[in-house]
Design a binder for this molecule. Structure first.
Ligand code: DMJ
Length: 429
């Protein structure tokens, strides 16, 4: 698609971790010789950040090879104009053209609004860009560089805007005006459009070696509101997280929302005793519900969205929601839950996914998404999403590795599963 080389760059750290040396060298060579920042076409700020910058940064930290660091920094610089809005919050679907260094957004992407999961999923990478370059501009506005244009505010400003705006019942709606800094409509979701914003709050705190208490408080408050208003139990006893539309619940969970089992477990690890136990249970229950969405299908792969209404329990009710595009969120939660509990069921569940992928998604040239998980002879969509190599296969691999391979003590995974080091106090040394 528009993201030229996304699969190569998204896969770099997976190749390295899996010790696929030949393939890694080939990919590295591609980055050195063919990843031309000036002719790379157009991509959204979010995609460029999580795929290209995240992948390059992680590979730099794993290998120490300068080429990955310098390409990541170069890209970071080119993204800065996207922050040039009245509030400093990038517009939704912000397009970025490395050639001109300009950014703009398609009107249709979000009718000019900013999307929570997009502007809320920059923090981890941008803090590393500032740390690596010694240039505060990515994190905060640099102090009046003279001469030259005034820099827009960096990524820390996004939090300030979010802390100022009133949250309905403590919840964060998915669309915000980049002009006024207020919410545009009241749709709340822990799945698509919202998801990685919550993930980046708890991971910002972890990445700072637990110093970023503002991020932790924002995460705790957001999760409390989610528990209070969105967490529900179905008639059949399955725990799920519903969506919220101006106060009305939509009893649906997207595949994307299944990452939350892992996130809540990760946060629970570091919570006070009473919360810790409650959140670990919640994480395990959500993960089990997502597993049910897989086991209740004919392919043993889960649909894009599943519902808990009109008699349905963790199954898709609409034709348009029956597809599976090699998404990682369910195995992501298995990996976290395995590492944090060592309950062998998570490895069993992961193995079920491996077998289903082999059976239904493997094609001659790689793996493909399928159009309907509720048939034993699904048709392929002829697409191998870049996150399949970046995330799905990496999380499956880590599920069966020893805990010290990319230990959760030392690394946080960005939302595309690219590992970034936790900033231990002796990190520089
Ligand atoms: C990935 O690109 C990222 O994890 C993103 O945050 C949402 N999910 C997709 C894969 O499903």
């Amino acid at each position: 698609g528009g993201l030229r080389g996304a699969t190569v760059i998204d896969a770099l750290d997976t190749l390295y971790i899996m010790e696929l040396e030949e393939e890694f060298q080939e990919a590295k060579e591609w980055v050195e010789k063919s990843f031309d920042l000036n002719v790379n076409g157009e991509a959204s700020l979010f995609e460029v950040n999580i795929r290209y910058i995240g992948g390059l940064l992680a590979t730099y930290y794993l290998t120490g090879e300068e080429v990955f660091k310098s390409k990541a920094l170069e890209l970071g610089e080119k993204l800065l104009p996207a922050f040039n809005t009245p509030t400093g919050i990038p517009r939704g679907g912000s397009l970025f053209s490395p050639c001109s260094g300009m950014s703009w957004s398609w009107g249709w992407a979000s009718a000019g609004s900013s999307i929570l999961a997009e502007f809320g999923t920059l923090h981890l990478e941008f803090l590393h860009l500032s740390e690596l370059s010694g240039n505060p501009v990515f994190a905060e506005k640099a102090s009046n560089p003279q001469p030259g244009p005034l820099h827009p505010p960096g990524v820390m400003n996004i939090r300030r805007v979010l802390n100022r705006v009133e949250k309905p019942q403590g919840l964060y709606p998915n669309f915000l005006s980049p002009v006024t800094g207020s919410w545009v409509q009241h749709h709340v979701s822990i799945g698509g459009l919202g998801d990685s914003f919550y993930e980046y709050l708890i991971k910002s705190w972890l990445m700072s070696d637990k110093k970023d208490s503002e991020a932790k408080k924002m995460y705790d408050d957001a999760l409390e509101a989610i528990e209070k208003h969105l967490v529900k139990k179905s008639a059949g006893g399955l725990t799920y997280i519903a969506e919220w539309r101006g106060g009305i619940l939509d009893h649906k969970m997207g595949h994307l929302a299944c990452f939350s089992g892992g996130m809540i477990a990760l946060g629970a690890e570091h919570a006070a005793e009473e919360r810790r136990q409650r959140h670990m249970e919640l994480a395990a229950e959500i993960t089990s519900t997502c597993h049910e969405s897989y086991t209740r299908s004919d392919t043993k792969l889960g649909p894009e969205a599943f519902r808990f209404d009109a008699g349905s329990e963790a199954t898709a009710t609409r034709l348009s929601e029956r597809y599976y595009i090699l998404r990682p969120e369910v195995v992501e939660s298995y990996m976290y839950l395995w590492r944090l509990t060592h309950d062998p069921k998570y490895r069993h569940w992961g193995w079920e996914v491996v077998q289903a992928l082999e059976k239904h998604c493997r094609v001659e040239a790689g793996f493909s998404g399928i159009r309907d998980v509720y048939t034993t002879t699904p048709t392929h969509d002829n697409m191998q999403q870049s996150f399949f190599l970046a995330e799905t296969l990496k999380y499956l691999y880590l599920l069966f590795c020893e805990d010290d391979v990319l230990s959760l003590e030392d690394w946080v995974f960005n939302t595309e599963a690219h590992p970034l080091p936790i900033n231990h106090t002796d990190f520089k040394a």
